[in-house]
Design a protein around this ligand. Structure first.
Ligand code: IMP
Length: 421
């Protein structure tokens, strides 16, 4: 299982692409097209939203698991986009149990955000993720298998749209226009039918046959609906446990948990961010790391590495191998800071409090580290790294209580190496 240990955007797509060298199957298990996984191969850059990052290797099977919420029109567009660039998608299956994001979900997402006061907004991607998961939990969702029978799909879509439109009308806003939306949905359903499978069987058969399977997490631990900075979270389990419920695999099969972790911290959207840097300090990190959202293009908030939050994440996920990304972004900083504790109203915390309201009051307690002030982007092994970079990485690993398995020093496939620290 590979998950993000922070607030997403840790560089998971790139690490997965590297790990798929030895992988027979890649499985997405939660989230939807709120995710944006960037993979750079040669001089080509791809951003994936729903399709697993194993799609670039022909021999790797790719599964969109039951735990996702899938916008059928977006999925069709994403598949056609890849095909148009010469990437085949016949090695892809969509779970028949995955729930669909439909136009009224997107509208409701935007509507609810619009209703919230400043400071209470979540800053969602407005892709309809929360409302689609709400319908799933409320046992009134429409699933991928409903697209196998077009008449049935049309009936359900019309019925559900009418229900939502009554709510929009009561709030005085325009609802979903069935006549405008249905042709796109119908086309997407017909296009996707061939890919809709009982993926629980596909995944379990592969596991039983001893295949290597990689479960690709989206977003990050601090956005997990149970373990994140609630309510400023996404609506799914982004943590390693989600791999089981979101794909139908037993925990008995999970051997390793990779935690992808940026050498500093970023967050998109609203919510507490304990080590956030403002002004030129934050701006410099944003520019050096090109920290703009892969899905929405929003500038990411940037800050120092937060060892308190990251240790909590590694514990919740059972991370045994860290994949540390974006080391090179720190190359030109004379001094680096790591947050080792929180000061909240004069009391020192070394564990992450559950209440997001307390997190807003955090004064980070930092330890300072000298930078290395030289380029790391050509490093191919541990010994190539400057001594100060080695010390910084070792300290991170010690603080979050996990070993380091992978280091990434740039966006390209080649700028990644395995270590055993
Ligand atoms: P939603 O998932 O669109 O409902 O958004 C909920 C929160 O999760 C917002 O703060 C988003 O910015 C954040 N979020 C959702 N997906 C991602 C992602 O892939 N990377 C980073 N943040 C995300």
């Amino acid at each position: 299982v590979l998950i993000g240990t922070q607030w997403g955007d840790e560089g998971k797509g790139k690490i997965i692409d590297v790990l798929t060298r030895n992988t027979d199957m890649v499985v997405r298990f939660q989230g939807g097209n709120n995710a944006g996984h960037t993979v750079e191969i040669g001089d080509q850059k791809y951003v994936l939203h729903l399709i697993p990052s194993g799609i670039f290797r022909k021999e790797t099977m790719n599964i969109i698991g039951n735990g996702l919420v899938v916008d059928p029109v977006s999925l069709q567009e994403e598949m056609e986009g890849l095909l148009g660039r010469g990437i085949a998608v016949d090695n892809l299956e969509l779970s028949d149990k995955a729930h669909l994001i439909l136009p009224y979900h997107r509208l409701m997402d935007a509507f609810k955000e619009g209703q919230l006061a400043e400071g209470k907004k979540i800053g969602t991607t407005k892709r309809g993720i929360g409302p689609a998961y709400t319908d799933k939990a409320d046992r009134c969702g429409i699933r991928a298998l409903d697209m196998l029978d077009i008449d049935n799909f049309k009936n359900k879509f019309e019925e559900h749209t009418a229900r939502y439109n009554r709510i929009f009308a009561a709030a005085g806003c325009a609802g979903v226009d069935v006549a405008a939306e249905w042709p796109k949905l119908r086309a997407a359903a017909l296009y996707l039918q061939a890919y809709i499978k009982d993926t629980v069987l596909t995944v379990n058969r592969a596991a039983k046959a001893g295949k290597n399977i990689l479960f690709e997490g989206a977003q990050g631990t601090l956005l997990d609906i149970d373990h994140g900075t609630y309510p400023f979270v996404t609506s799914s389990n982004t943590t390693s446990g989600g791999a089981c419920t979101g794909s139908g695999i037993s925990p008995r099969y999970i051997s390793d948990v990779y935690g992808v972790i940026k050498a500093y911290t970023t967050r998109v959207g609203e919510g507490p961010f304990q080590t956030e840097l403002f002004g030129t300090e934050g701006e410099n990190l944003r520019k050096a790391g090109n920290e703009f959202g892969a899905t929405t293009g929003r500038p990411r908030r940037c800050g120092w590495f937060d060892a308190v939050a990251s240790r909590y994440s590694c514990m919740v996920n059972g991370v045994n191998k860290l994949a540390i990304t974006k080391m090179d972004v720190l190359d030109n900083l004379p001094e680096l800071k790591i947050c080792i504790a929180y000061d909240i109203d004069g009391k020192r915390y070394t564990e992450m409090p559950s209440d997001s309201q307390l997190l807003y009051k955090v004064k980070p307690v930092y330890e300072s580290h000298p930078g290395w002030m030289c380029s790391t982007c050509h490093a191919c092994c541990w010994d190539d790294l400057p001594v100060n970079a080695q010390k910084y990485l070792k300290r991170l690993a010690e603080l979050v209580d996990s070993g380091i398995g992978i280091i990434s020093v740039g966006p390209k496939r080649a700028q990644t190496f395995e270590v055993n620290i």
